[in-house]
Design a protein. Structure first.
Length: 82
C-alpha cells in the first residue's frame, strides 16, 4: 500500500486508470523517492509553517466548519509548488 500526498502534478494522477483491479492497469516505468533526487533537481515547494498564526487560523476555520465531527484527519498542511 502506498500512502502519500500529491502536491504537484495531480493532473497526471487523475489520468491513471482506476478500479480494483483496473481493466487496463497503468505501469510505472520510473519511480523516484524524493530523498534519492539531488537537492538541485527537487521540486521547489512552499510549506506552511505549522507553528505560525496562518496555520492556527487554518485549523480554527476547519474546526468551525466540521464542528463536533472535527478530527486531526480534517487538517492538511497547505503546500504549493513555486
Amino acid at each position: 500500500t502506498v500512502v502519500g500526498r500529491v502536491v504537484s502534478g495531480f493532473e497526471v494522477v487523475k489520468s491513471l486508470n482506476a478500479g480494483e483491479p483496473p481493466a487496463s492497469p497503468d505501469a510505472m516505468t520510473r519511480v523516484r523517492v524524493l530523498s534519492d533526487v539531488a537537492e538541485n533537481d527537487r521540486p521547489k515547494l512552499e510549506i506552511m509553517d505549522v507553528s505560525g498564526a496562518a496555520f492556527a487560523a487554518h485549523v480554527k476555520t476547519k474546526r468551525a466548519e466540521r464542528g463536533a465531527d472535527f478530527s486531526v484527519c480534517d487538517i492538511t498542511v497547505p503546500v504549493r509548488a513555486k
